[in-house]
Design a protein. Structure first.
Length: 449
């Protein structure tokens, strides 16, 4: 008995069997079957010769595609079972039939790579080819991936670092794989092969590249704060192996003073203000207004990523003793037992925001993509200056008296932010109540007096 398998991968797989059912004495038996390994069932009877059917050599040509249940089968392992016998009984012969084809999967041409949200991962995507070119389901196959941090690498399946086992993958379906454990701030290059169950590799895929995210800045410290600015330090990041750019935002810390002495109350961002351009306060008001104008011009003409916030009255620990604003003035006068100076009759209003609330609003503004402002950041809880002076006296336990002085020119009569836009765009509103914030601020100044 001899058996061979021939299949070029393009036509139908065939089994060729030569058998001679004769033991030399003119009698003999032979049966030949193809069985499935999975369940042992006979899927095809090749020959079944009895004693009266002996000799001579017979050729059996079996087209696998003609066997019910195996039509179209390209890759499988079957069993060829040969039973021969004479008057003394039967002997059995078993041999594996390994159907292997020679057509490799087609080339992946849409391999893509994108950075993940972590600093050590990149996500790959591609469209699965077929087992035979662009057709046929991929079973017992692998996607083989090689990656490198430079482009002059020798691309070879033997150098690939990743093999992804596949089963039941239909051609044309989207495939995804996330490669982690990579170095941060690094560019990576990727290629891919598809290997079928006959160990036929597809040609090398197109190249894909992506860079892992940069580690966040660490060790940030505020070294010193001045009236006109601050000195900040941080740990330098490693240099990217490829060309890199640093990106950031410009935050313009504007002011409620751009509204001047408002005639609209409370003040929304759409209000253009009521400002005296020639008054003694105008240098500050107009300076902030022109700063907003410059920011918008740079944004429109040069696509500079900006943020504009309008800060209302803010207070808290670490205010300068000579700050000159109403909160520090009133607290220091009260702690020293001095008269508290109120300008006018004290009926002008202000809205005081604790510093931690303001900082949270600023951070949210910086982390809000696509929103440049301007946006009001302040506490909408309004109080008169006279009420505020009396609250300071009560919280400090001071015996200070309140004295009145003439109201300065252009001093705003009302100041209260409309924070509807901040609530909508930033999900922000102040949390610290005025009395709670003042207690913390008074404790700070008490240690200074």
């Amino acid at each position: 008995m001899e058996q061979t398998i021939s299949w070029d991968g393009l036509g139908s797989p065939v089994l060729e069997l030569w058998a001679y059912p004769d033991n030399g004495s003119g009698s003999g038996h032979l049966s030949a079957y193809i069985r499935r390994i999975s369940d042992g069932a006979v899927v095809y009877t090749i020959a079944n010769y009895g004693a009266d059917q002996h000799g001579p050599w017979r050729r059996h040509f079996v087209n696998i595609d003609s066997i019910p249940g195996l039509a179209g089968l390209k890759e499988a392992r079957l069993v060829l079972e040969i039973n021969t016998g004479n008057n003394g009984g039967f002997t059995g012969y078993f041999d594996d039939i390994a159907l292997h084809e020679g057509v490799s999967p087609s080339t992946v041409t849409d391999l893509a790579a994108v950075s993940e949200t972590s600093t050590d991962a990149i996500k790959l995507s591609w469209t699965a080819p077929g087992d035979d070119g662009s057709i046929g389901v991929l079973n017992n196959s692998t996607f083989t991936i090689q990656y490198a941090t430079y482009t002059t690498v020798a691309w070879s399946t033997s150098s690939a670092q990743v093999e992804i086992s596949t089963s039941g993958v239909a051609p044309g379906t989207s495939q995804y794989y996330t490669l982690d454990g990579l170095s941060a701030n690094t560019s990576y290059y990727f290629r891919l092969w598809t290997k079928d169950s006959s160990a036929n590799y597809s040609p090398l895929s197109n190249g894909a590249t992506a860079a892992t995210l940069t580690n966040p800045v660490t060790g940030t410290q505020v070294i010193s704060v001045y009236f006109s600015g601050a000195t900040v330090s941080w740990n330098a990041l490693p240099v990217s192996p490829s060309s890199a750019t640093c990106e950031g935002y410009i935050l313009q810390a504007s002011t409620s003073e751009v509204y001047g002495d408002p005639q609209v109350h409370p003040q929304p961002e759409s209000y253009l203000g009521n400002v005296n351009t020639l008054g003694p306060r105008s240098c500050y008001d107009e300076g902030k207004r022109v700063a907003e104008t410059l920011m918008m011009d740079y944004h429109r003409q040069n696509n500079v990523d900006i943020r504009i916030i309008r800060i209302f009255n803010t207070y808290g620990p670490k205010m300068a003793e000579n700050d000159g604003r109403v909160v520090s003035n009133f607290i220091l006068q009260a702690l020293k037992g001095e008269d508290i100076t109120v300008y006018g009759e004290g009926e002008q209003t202000r809205s005081f925001c604790f510093v931690s609330d303001l900082v949270e609003g600023m951070v949210r503004m910086m982390e809000c993509p696509g929103f440049i402002g301007p946006v009001n950041l302040g506490n909408p809880c309004e109080t008169t200056i006279l009420e505020f002076a009396r609250k300071i006296i009560a919280l400090t336990g001071s015996k200070s008296s309140i004295v009145y002085r003439p109201l300065p020119a252009d001093d705003p009569k009302q100041r209260q932010p409309d924070i509807s836009l901040a609530k909508e765009m930033l999900g922000w509103e102040p949390k610290i109540q005025l009395e709670d914030g003042l207690v913390k601020t008074i404790d700070y100044f008490r240690k200074k007096v």
